[in-house]
Design a protein around this ligand. Structure first.
Ligand code: ADP
Ligand code: GLC
Length: 480
């Protein structure tokens, strides 16, 4: 098939979290399976300098955006014969320090920036020589494209318009803007309705994608069920129940070429299920890196995360503050909400040989934490899929997760899986729920044989993309 993906983040060109990982790896996996794949994304600051193979495409965007016309250029990178990345070059919108925000505040013109991106996506889907069978939109930044395709197909001749699939990576981010931003779409007011763009007088980009796409997916089966409930539906559960017949949960896979413990330049040593000695070297290197006491007998917990309420950071900090005196260590790499940044830095300052915190984004350190820790903490309040627990499993680091969304679908607790267990799960999103789970892990840590068994089970778990690609193919062909 010919498949065009569109996303505001695509690893390795841009990433703030799992969206970039998931879209970059999905594109690569679809091409490996023999599909012809294009991915449309903005040319952000710094990308051009890193890519020597970038070529200018003879294509000019000149599109209406409210009362203005906005122009942009197009660059392409041929990653392989079947995978091309299309970069939208519009420096006024995309040559900025951040993708969505800078210093904690969202860019004031995000509606304009991402509605323009959505217009470029539709323009390319329609006019590229490569006529896609499927246009696959990811998250709110390109959600409006689903409506634009519908509108264009209804009002002008667009033979064989692509089937449109919209994937929800996180319902917590919907792209809601004042109603006045509707004019940026240049569409008739008849589209400003409660079953398309309108959301309590405002416009909602993700809602529009969900309402107008031919197929809707999200990134785990359990999250697909959760979001149809009021508790997890973030105000869109009614619409999601209405669209339940086209809604599917497909787990993200892992790019094991990127996330591997054998030939990984980020790691101090290689290791595998057959030979774990390298993991001990990774642990002591990590303890040293953060100035902690270097001792293999001390259980080391870690996390790499956006510091957002979603991730249960409040629970984590409350519980660790109480437990850190009990002979454990903790390392964290993260950035996000200022109050969480400050609280965690303070915890590290108070416990310098036991707690290490680095604020910021650091790709190599993310790998080092995944590899060097004994346990990976992910007490999310909700988690559409979660990739870090999958990386932990492959790195022989035992995940401690809350029973929600993709965490519940991917980690096996002894209570449910007996000898197949590879992690620890807890249900209550409370300090006592997490404390109990950490206490279980400390008992496990005392039993070296069982620890090794859990690790080997985790390393053997296979979350490669093949199965997920098969599921997407069924969605693309309308076979579900
Ligand atoms: P989410 O997308 O909700 O943030 P995921 O678990 O799906 O959560 O994916 C997070 C991805 O972002 C992982 O690849 C993780 O390593 C990476 N990541 C998150 N925060 C940082 C950081 N501060 N530095 C480096 N990588 C990070
Ligand atoms: C989102 C979700 C995360 C998911 C990622 C990739 O950011 O929070 O759970 O793994 O998207 O789909």
């Amino acid at each position: 098939m010919r498949i065009l993906l569109a996303s505001s983040e695509v690893y390795p060109y841009s990433k703030t979290g799992g969206l970039g990982d998931a879209v970059g790896a999905l594109g690569k996996a679809l091409a490996t399976e023999g599909h012809h794949v294009g991915i449309i994304t903005p040319l952000y600051r710094g990308i051009r300098e890193k890519l020597s193979g970038l070529r200018r495409v003879d294509w000019k965007f000149d599109l209406p955006l409210g009362t203005k016309r906005v122009t942009a250029e197009l660059f392409a990178l041929d990653v392989s014969t079947r995978l091309t990345i299309y970069f939208i070059d519009k420096p006024a919108y995309f040559d900025r320090p951040g993708i969505y925000n800078d210093n904690g505040s969202d860019y004031a013109d995000n509606a304009e920036r991402f509605i323009f991106l959505s217009k470029c996506v539709v323009n390319l889907a329609r006019h590229l020589p490569f006529k896609p069978d499927v246009l696959h939109l990811h998250d709110w930044p390109v959600g409006m494209a689903a409506l634009m395709v519908q509108h264009e197909a209804k009002t002008s001749v667009w033979d064989n318009r692509p089937r449109v699939c919209c994937t929800i990576h996180n319902l917590a981010y919907q792209g809601v803007f004042p109603g006045s931003a509707f004019s940026l779409l240049n569409l008739p007011a008849s589209w400003f309705t409660a079953d398309t763009t309108e959301f309590y007088g405002q416009i909602n980009c993700l809602k529009t994608g969900i309402a107008c796409a031919d197929a809707v997916t999200t990134v785990s089966p359990r999250y697909a069920r959760e979001i149809t409930t009021q508790e997890y539906g973030a105000g869109l559960d009614g619409l999601l129940r209405k669209r339940q017949n086209v809604l599917t949960g497909i787990l993200n896979g892992v790019d094991y070429e990127e996330w591997n413990t054998i030939s990984n330049p980020c790691l101090a040593a290689s290791f595998s299920a057959d030979n774990m000695s390298g993991k001990a070297i990774c642990k002591s290197a990590l303890q040293e890196r953060f100035g902690l006491t270097v001792d293999s007998h001390i259980p080391l917990f870690g996390t790499v995360t956006r510091l957002a309420d979603q991730k249960g950071i409040d629970l984590l900090l409350t519980v660790l503050n109480e437990m850190i005196s009990e002979g454990i260590q903790f390392v964290m790499l993260g950035s996000g909400a200022k109050h969480y940044e400050e609280l965690s830095v303070r915890m590290a300052e108070r416990n310098s040989t036991k707690v290490g915190v680095q604020i910021g984004y650091d790709h190599a350190l993310a790998h080092q934490i995944e590899a060097g820790c004994d346990f990976y903490l992910m007490p999310s309040r909700f988690e559409p899929c979660g990739l870090n627990q999958l990386y932990s499993l492959r790195y022989g680091t035992i995940p401690i997760v809350r029973r929600t969304g993709g965490l519940d679908d991917t980690v096996i607790d002894a209570v449910d899986g007996g000898v197949a267990a590879n992690g620890i799960k807890f249900g209550d999103p409370t300090p006592s729920g997490l404390t109990k789970a950490i206490r279980k892990s400390l008992t496990l840590f005392e039993n070296k044989e069982l620890m090794t068994h859990y690790r080997i089970q985790g390393i053997a778990a296979d979350f490669s993309w093949e199965q997920s690609v098969r599921a997407y193919e069924r969605v693309y062909k309308d076979e579900l």
